[in-house]
Design a protein around this ligand. Structure first.
Ligand SMILES: Nc1ncnc2c1ncn2[C@@H]1O[C@H](COP(=O)(O)OP(=O)(O)OP(=O)(O)O)[C@@H](O)[C@H]1O
Ligand SMILES: [Mg+2]
Length: 524
């Protein structure tokens, strides 16, 4: 027996055990999200214990983020899917599934007494070959605007086809492409605002130029303004220190109280005068404006909007080119926002405020409608996936084919590489190719098709030199993905292969799991 070197409650899992627990965790997580992969993937209900919140989703990152785990390898998979979500926005399920499949294959090799380092070496050779194939197959229509738009619509359709919006994917694909093309090459999705309004149906959703604020215009002031000059502020309009500090004031009579009130009103008035001095016709405050200042502003023909939410104010400043002000002594230093018109519009049952012709011409708003809040939330997540992939594709214009086509082509290249590799690491390289083929297998399984038959036929098609062959999951046949327009972003696929193999490598190199003892508070 070894001498104890760890403090009480600190634990160590060694070699075989540590590896086993890593594999178990990662495989469980891979299997968990695998059923959501692809256009025929299923959704999951996420319910939080204790609160009534309920989400229905098939977005890998959303599912993984919401589960609490105590397995280090599983946590690494959650992390790579988060990174995939931040960097590309889509492919979060694929990356986790591929990493898990790589580990499943590695487990079998290690059982055959192949050292993990040899597996890592083989995987490295394989991932380089896979990326080479991906590079070779990528198509680039960046120079031809019409063909590139077709690519973008196809990418959006593929991304949306595995989501709740799949039934209306053509409608939403065009909507997403229109929104992204307005950005003119920027990847700042802040400029695309998504407003969710429960009610109506999904296809009642639409894209509107400009910005929509979910607030009401103050009473008595103009309800429509042209040539708007907007002061955006975050300031308290009352100077009521008594209320703020909860102090008690003792007065000799009601006359004194009136005097106090008068003083307060004078201060408010002075502040409003300073605001008016900015030469504006619209005043938007993050905080309350109150009746009296509102009435002075209304008399001066200034539209006032109070209590705008923080995100709304920030976004408004961004799109109208203004700045959020909190002091008003130097009008010359304050940047005033501008837009062509401000008016009230009605969506469903609600009145909202629309700013059109904003200074940042690329800004636009997507109004999402749907029967339930879960539906609208999932629609937002799906649209977000599509918008992020599209905005990335505008920068990196290369595209690849989906439906298992890119994976099969990569796996063919990796197999060829394995044949030229000497030594045991060739076994690992082959195993990598098998893991890649698992993605089309899962796609077919999820669609209830005979995956063994379909994937072997797909493999044969690629061997015969048919490089755009992929799975048509509706008909259960091998078809040209190019003809079907099942296109995916090159950057997405590259990130999937890269991150999945890096994560697998990282987990494979582990031989010990050390858990330190929880820190105790003194005196407990
Ligand atoms: N119409 C289609 N026919 C065949 N395969 C498709 C089709 N649409 C999408 N796919 C495939 O489905 C896979 C994507 O599935 P899915 O969108 O569920 O997962 P993900 O993109 O990896 O993760 P997530 O969208 O959850 O972030 C890709 O491999 C893609 O090629
Ligand atoms: Mg997807």
């Amino acid at each position: 027996m070894s001498a104890p070197i760890f403090a009480q409650e600190a634990t160590q899992e060694r070699a075989e055990n540590a590896r086993l627990s890593s594999f178990v965790g990662a495989l469980a997580l891979g299997d968990l999200v695998a059923s959501t992969l692809g256009p025929k993937g299923m959704h999951k209900i996420l319910q939080s214990v204790g609160s009534n919140s309920l989400e229905i989703t098939n977005d890998g990152a959303t599912i993984l983020k919401s589960i609490h785990l105590d397995n280090p390898a599983a946590k690494i998979l959650v992390n790579i899917s988060k990174v995939q979500d931040d960097e590309v926005g889509d492919g979060t399920t694929s990356v986790c599934v591929l990493a898990a499949e790589l580990l499943r294959e590695a487990e079998k090799l290690i059982e055959k007494r192949i050292h993990p380092q040899t597996v890592v070496e083989g995987y490295r050779i394989a991932s380089a070959a896979a990326l080479r194939a991906l590079d070779r197959d990528a198509r680039d229509n960046g120079a031809d605007p019409a063909a590139f738009r077709r690519d973008l619509v196809n990418i959006a359709r593929t991304t949306l086809s595995s989501k709740v919006l799949s039934a209306d994917k053509d409608y939403f694909a065009n909507l997403a492409v229109d929104a992204v093309q307005r950005l003119k090459g920027s990847t700042n999705l802040e400029n695309i605002q998504i407003i969710k309004k429960v009610g109506g149906k999904l296809t009642d959703s639409y894209l509107d130029e400009g910005f929509i604020l979910d607030k009401r215009i103050g009473t008595n002031c103009p309800k429509r303004i042209e040539g708007a000059r907007i002061l955006i502020a975050n300031t308290s309009m009352d100077t009521d220190k008594i209320k703020v500090f909860g102090a008690r004031v003792r007065v000799e009579g009601t006359g004194k109280l009136a005097e106090l009130e008068r003083a307060e009103r004078e201060k408010m008035k002075a502040k409003v005068e300073r605001i008016k001095a900015h030469g504006i016709n619209c005043f938007i405050n993050r905080q309350l404006i109150y009746n009296y200042p509102e009435s002075i502003l209304a008399d001066a023909g200034i539209m006032s909007i109070e209590h705008a939410d923080f995100e709304g104010v920030e976004r408004l400043a961004l799109v109208t080119g203004g700045e959020i002000a909190s002091t008003f002594d130097r009008p010359d230093l304050v940047k005033i926002g501008a837009c062509d018109t401000i008016e009230e519009i009605i969506i469903g049952e609600d009145r909202l405020i629309k700013f059109s012709g904003v200074a940042a011409g690329e800004a636009c708003t997507v109004v999402l409608r749907g029967a339930t809040s879960q539906m609208v939330d999932e629609a937002e997540r799906s649209l977000h996936d599509a918008l992020s992939v599209l905005s990335q594709t505008v920068k990196e214009t290369r595209v690849t084919l989906g439906g298992g086509c890119a994976e099969m082509s990569m796996s063919k290249e990796v197999d060829e590489e394995a044949r030229q590799t000497a030594g045991k690491k060739a076994l690992a390289t082959e195993a990598f190719a098998r893991a890649l083929r698992q993605l089309p297998t899962i796609l077919a399984n999820n669609a209830g098709l005979d995956s063994a038959d379909l994937v072997s036929r797909l493999r044969a098609a690629h061997q015969a030199g048919d490089r755009d062959a992929g799975l048509d999951l509706d008909e259960g046949k091998i078809k040209s993905m190019l003809d079907l327009g099942i296109t995916e972003s090159y950057k997405l696929k590259r990130a999937v292969v890269n991150s999945a193999s890096e994560a697998a490598e990282l987990i494979l190199r582990v031989d010990d799991v050390l858990r330190c003892a929880p820190r105790r508070r003194e005196g407990h």
